[in-house]
Ligand binder design. Sequence first.
Ligand SMILES: Cc1cc2nc3c(=O)[nH]c(=O)nc-3n(C[C@H](O)[C@H](O)[C@H](O)COP(=O)(O)OP(=O)(O)OC[C@H]3O[C@@H](n4cnc5c(N)ncnc54)[C@H](O)[C@@H]3O)c2cc1C
Length: 428
Amino acid sequence: MNPHAEHVNSWYAASAEGPITFDALSGNSEADVCIVGAGYTGLSSAIHLAKRGYRVVVLEANRVGWGASGRNGGHVGTGQRADQDSLEKWVGTDTALALWQLGLDAVDLVCELISNHDIECELGVGNLHMAAKPRHARELADEVNHLTEAYGYSQASYLNREALAEQTSAQGMHGGMLDLGARHLHPLKYARGLARAASELGVTIFEQSSVIKWRDGANIVIETDNGSVKARKLVLACNGYLGKLAPAIAGNIMPINNFVIATEPLSSAQQQAVTKNNYSLSDSLFVINYWKLSGDGRLLFGGGENYTSRFPADIKAFVRPYMLKIYPELADVKIDYGWGGTLGITMNRMPDFGRISANTFYAQGFSGHGVPTATMAGKLLAAAIDGDCENFNLMASVPTHRFPGGTLLRWPGLVAGMLYYSLLDKIG
Ligand SMILES: Cc1cc2nc3c(=O)[nH]c(=O)nc-3n(C[C@H](O)[C@H](O)[C@H](O)COP(=O)(O)OP(=O)(O)OC[C@H]3O[C@@H](n4cnc5c(N)ncnc54)[C@H](O)[C@@H]3O)c2cc1C
């Protein structure tokens, strides 16, 4: 029996044309840098290392984009996952400004890779982030003012209820922030495009090659189920799927599951009602709802999460009520696909960048903001390996804290915390 999984049955897998596949590693190989994991972090690292002249081998346990990178909501948000107010308190205004700029650069980097490597991935413009509670509307209005005044950001504007109603028929929203600097895309097409680009730059990608163990040192040896790679540097890019591969960093993140459904194609009137200008949309709840239209007019709606090792038995039925609360008019629309994915989150939602040793680097814990940030992580990992550590160290300098209880006992505390905050979503 083949122990390696194919893509989940998602609308993304069904619509990303012509799967590109790569052989499994068999026997011994050598590289300057070995990367474990072929999501955005691993693939972007590979591209940027190859551009700097390194010989790179990528080892992926399943398929390119099999993890969160091939299953996510496709929102490419600006800034960092934590808001600027919090960042200013944690790291001071100068560093918060540098982080904000790096967040904008990350969106530009996604667009640049797409354009430079001719990646067709349904790139769209704009996100409308909406207040699900009256208090959140005031906070969003303040945030727009702050971004405009303190950061000189001109792409965000505040929409009151009336202005919102012109953009979307979403129910229960009290105002919103329209961010025209944000983008959205088809995540698996983007991941596969990155893999093709890496391969064209000379990177060797092996799929269906699970790393079982690795030995650190001047010459790192990375063993898969059917071969090994000897390398001078190692990048761990496994995020929520890290498992037991690197206990030293596993306790920095918590794997959680999030779920998405795809409706049948909507009529053009329904599409216009959901999002008149084809923006991606999201709300301000702790367990965030996020949605957008697909290239063929389906509603791709993400909502609900769980903190166990199992997905709900019926994901379509699990997510559908979140969608109907916001768009009750879609009650008769058929749900064609439902799938879930696992992402790594950190305590304060800022990503965890670092080194395990002089030669082993990692970036993980993008906390739901990984489309831009994991892509940027790849660029910063490549630069750091090449001796240019400035922005890698900037990201690594933001404290994220280990989960209390480390790898063994992080669950009970996290689950209690998450349930507490998701309960707050339900009250006023
Ligand atoms: C349902 C869902 C919705 C999301 N929505 C958004 C969104 O709209 N916008 C946004 O910015 N972010 C979103 N995210 C988060 C985003 O998808 C992730 O942050 C990002 O994809 C992380 O990329 P990555 O390369 O670090 O990890 P992944 O894409 O998870 O890749 C890790 C890879 O490592 C491989 N791997 C693990 N262990 C081994 C091993 N031992 N040997 C070999 N390979 C191994 C896995 O098979 C996997 O392919 C969402 C995530 C989920 C799950």
